[in-house]
Design a binder for this molecule. Structure first.
Ligand SMILES: *Cc1c(COP(=O)(O)O)cnc(C)c1O
Length: 419
């Protein structure tokens, strides 16, 4: 459910007509709906209320915009961060350090230090080597790092290969069979308090079955580790719930997810931690674009839009589908290829798609662009870094300014020997 809808034939974000924003900010630009974000945050949080003790850490990588983080901080969300840069954003948004989980397969020594100094709530360590390094660093500073060991449960998430993370061959976590031994050795070190296990098997999951299988395996491992004498007070179940990108798709609801978690974890006696990203932010955003021109094609015309793969990378990266809606549809349909201006054939949003009839100058949106959208943007082809807007009722504000090619050019210089 989201707050993007047509009123008198014009697509609105909450109470604001999208053409008004497009005119003021220019296109392409992202628009987030605060009401949609708030709603998703509450639905997820309320669903988990059936569980005895929980902590929800929003996966910052899905949408790191400061205003988005500020809104979620106000809803009581912590943050799951994967770099010092994301940690700084979460702290800047007012998320308490104690509510931040530091994940990531390649945290540098500098990042571990920054996390320790900030008083991060939990480090999810991804190898024995990282745990040893963190423990030594913390002990040297007279600190204790709270940590969970990320385990690779060797479960197929059944999602796109590039966003699967829980198969044995993936780079994430420690091997399931080695985890109990690593946990015991790290628990014996000064400077580190091993308090639990973490798992995250992938993103955009359409079924709860792989999650349930992974959680059941984690429960077995938790019992085995406790039986060998170590303590486990926290279990981090990661993120991964998918969202519908097409109107007719059905995904597990937060309530169904919570019921499954309650069933699997009923005798665990731990604080359960969650790292949702897409399910909170995905449907809360759209990418607004303007048609540059429509060009004749062989099988279908090309609708060339002013947004490109540098602004929204998911179709080029994963072959992802984003619904494409005219902002002021006339009622007629056409079959077209939707492409951006970038000089790569991968800069294609859709082929042979039935869409509203579009002409040069028309506005349209790519829907469900609130997660893994603006955060993956870059400036390829010397394009601007795309701006972001947030709507709240009848108010709206720019929450990330467009960074023009001239600003990026100004950061470059020619060495003396070429002058
Ligand atoms: C990406 C990621 C998440 C969030 O995944 P979603 O599919 O967006 O919910 C959570 N935890 C970790 C460790 C991640 O890498």
């Amino acid at each position: 459910m989201d707050h993007f809808s047509y009123r008198n034939g014009v697509l609105h974000a909450e109470d604001v007509a999208i053409p008004a924003i497009a005119e003021a900010v220019a296109t392409p630009c992202y628009i987030y709906s605060a009401a949609t974000l708030t709603r998703h945050a509450r639905v997820f949080r309320d669903a988990l209320a059936v569980l005895p003790s929980t902590h929800i850490a929003f996966a910052v990588k899905s949408n790191p915009n400061l205003a988005v983080l500020k809104l979620l901080a106000g809803e009581g969300y912590g943050a799951d961060v994967v770099s010092a840069g994301e940690m700084d954003r979460a702290l800047a948004a007012g998320i308490p350090a104690a509510g931040i989980v530091f994940s990531g397969v390649g945290k540098t020594a500098g990042e571990l230090l920054r996390g320790l100094q900030a008083g991060i709530g939990q480090f999810n360590i991804e190898s024995e080597e990282e745990g040893v390094e963190l423990a030594a660093m913390a002990a040297g500073l007279g600190l204790t790092a709270r940590a969970a060991l990320r385990v690779n449960p060797d479960v197929d998430a059944g999602t796109h290969a590039k966003i699967s993370t829980g198969k044995a061959e993936n780079k994430f976590g420690v091997a399931y069979d080695r985890a109990a031994g690593i946990y015991a050795r790290l628990s014996a070190l000064p400077g580190i308090e091993m308090r639990g296990l973490a798992v995250h098997i992938g993103s955009q999951l359409s079924s709860l079955d792989p999650l349930e299988a992974a959680f059941a395996k984690m429960g077995d491992l938790m019992r085995a580790i406790r039986a060998q004498g170590q303590v486990i007070t926290h279990m981090d179940l990661g993120g991964g719930i998918g969202v519908p990108y097409k109107a007719d798709e059905v995904f597990p609801s937060p309530a169904e997810y919570a019921a499954m978690v309650a069933r699997v974890t009923q005798d665990w006696g731990v604080t359960l931690m969650f790292e949702p990203g897409r399910v909170i932010a995905g449907n809360s955003g759209v990418l607004v674009t303007q048609v540059v021109r429509v060009k004749e094609g062989v099988a279908a015309p090309f609708v060339i839009v002013d947004a490109a793969m540098n602004d929204l990378a998911r179709p080029a990266l994963y072959g992802a589908w984003h619904d494409f809606w005219a902002v002021t549809p006339g009622g007629d349909k056409m079959v077209a290829n939707i492409v951006g201006p970038i000089c790569e054939s991968s800069d294609t949003f859709a082929m042979g798609r039935e869409i509203d009839v579009m002409q040069a100058g028309d506005l349209a949106v790519f829907r469900t662009a609130g997660a893994y959208g603006a955060t993956m943007a870059n400036t390829y082809n010397s394009r601007a870094l795309v701006p972001e807007v947030m709507v709240h009722g009848d108010q709206w504000a720019i929450v990330a300014h467009r960074i023009d090619p001239a600003t990026i050019l100004a950061a470059e210089q020619v060495p003396d020997w070429l002058k």
